[in-house]
Design a protein around this ligand. Structure first.
Ligand code: EPU
Length: 322
């Protein structure tokens, strides 16, 4: 099998991108500026299309040129490695940021959120219009698109409970609507295997999600959301950058946080990365941590938990770059 190494953007590509996107493309852009962890080396080109048209055009162009590209949400669940990302990083928060709603049945309202809408904006929309169903997600950072792809959730529920369909762009540029029955949701994961017959499933771009909500009392929803939020700020660290819970909870009755605490790892440090003393499933950027520090600490935690409890912890955080 031939291995194609992509080095960096050629001058022609840079020229096209600059002419087409102006200030909405940045070259050698540190990803530390675009991740909640505040960690990550440079992306060759960091692109923030302003419209669907721009987005579709850039994707089409990069496919024709065989330039690698990656779509990200707003960097809440990402660890970007120190050497950064070759090719294009495309962020959808400016071009796909609308919410609309329609009454689909007597007791059912479908809210459509484009991929780049922040999940918290969607939660606030639901509360404002008295729509139940979204409060499980209160406090989860990230975009609707990112949340759909990782079936984001809390102990109160997850995306699969409310998503009725998604609209996606396939590798050849065509858009397709997929109903929830064909979406294969697992814990913190969505697989396209049932829905789409293509090898390049990781190139599928979620454009929007339709959420099936129900009429409810706006004041009650607001009260409940405040309680969830208070609970979250009591138990989770907010003072230092992190990417949320670092590991998925394993099968069994103990959460990742419990296991890491029981293994005596609260406060464990490597370089600027530290296991939070407040919630052990958070790795925090305690002071200028590199991705290598975080990865070193991640491996140390995995090894210790495996040696102590014979349980393998799998990262929930998406690790990307070189
Ligand atoms: N616990 C400990 N030590 C710790 C942390 C937790 O003993 O350091 C114990 C808690 O006392 C509790 C149990 O572990 O008995 C579970 O803890 P928690 O309620 O905090 O829930 P979690 O399973 O650790 C999950 C989600 C969080 C979400 C919370 C609250 C995952 C991996 N994490 O955490 O989501 O905010 O429930 O609903 O599913 C995220 O996805 O980034 C995230 C933070």
């Amino acid at each position: 099998m031939a291995i194609v190494l992509f080095m960096s953007l050629d001058p022609d590509s840079k020229k096209w991108l600059t002419q087409r996107l102006g200030a909405n493309v940045k070259f050698d852009e540190p990803m530390s500026k675009h991740t909640y962890f505040r960690i990550g080396g440079p992306a060759d080109a960091f692109i923030s299309p302003q419209s669907r048209k721009d987005l579709f055009e850039v994707i089409d162009w990069s496919r024709q040129r065989e330039l690698p590209y990656m779509v990200i949400g707003n960097g809440t669940n990402l660890l970007v490695k120190d050497k950064g990302i070759r090719g294009l990083v495309i962020v959808l928060t400016k071009c796909l940021n609308k919410i609309t709603q329609t009454q689909t049945a007597k007791e059912e309202i479908t809210v459509t959120a484009e991929s780049g809408v922040r999940l918290q904006t969607l939660c606030r929309h639901a509360i404002k219009f008295g729509l139940g169903g979204m409060n499980f997600a209160v406090g989860i950072p990230g975009t609707a698109g990112g949340a759909i792809l990782m079936n984001a959730g809390t102990s109160y529920g997850s995306i699969e409970d409310v998503l009725s369909s998604v609209n996606v762009m396939l590798t050849e540029g065509q858009t397709v609507r997929i109903e929830s029955e064909l979406l294969d949701f697992k814990y913190r994961n969505l697989s396209w295997d049932k829905a789409i017959n293509t090898k390049e499933r990781d190139q599928i771009i979620v454009l929007e999600g339709c959420f099936r909500l129900w009429p409810s009392d706006s004041k009650e929803l607001k009260k409940e959301a405040q309680e969830f939020l208070q609970e979250r700020t009591k138990t989770q660290p907010t003072r230092f950058p992190s990417a949320g819970c670092f590991f998925k909870n394993p099968l069994g009755d103990k959460s990742a946080g419990q296991l890491i605490e029981m293994a005596g790892l609260k406060g464990k440090k490597i370089g600027g990365a530290r296991v939070s003393t407040q919630h052990a499933n958070f790795i925090i950027n305690y002071g200028k941590a590199s991705a290598a520090d975080v990865l070193g600490l991640m491996e140390f935690v995995q090894e210790t938990v495996s040696n102590t409890f014979d349980i393998d912890l799998e990262p929930e955080v998406k690790i990307i770059g070189s």
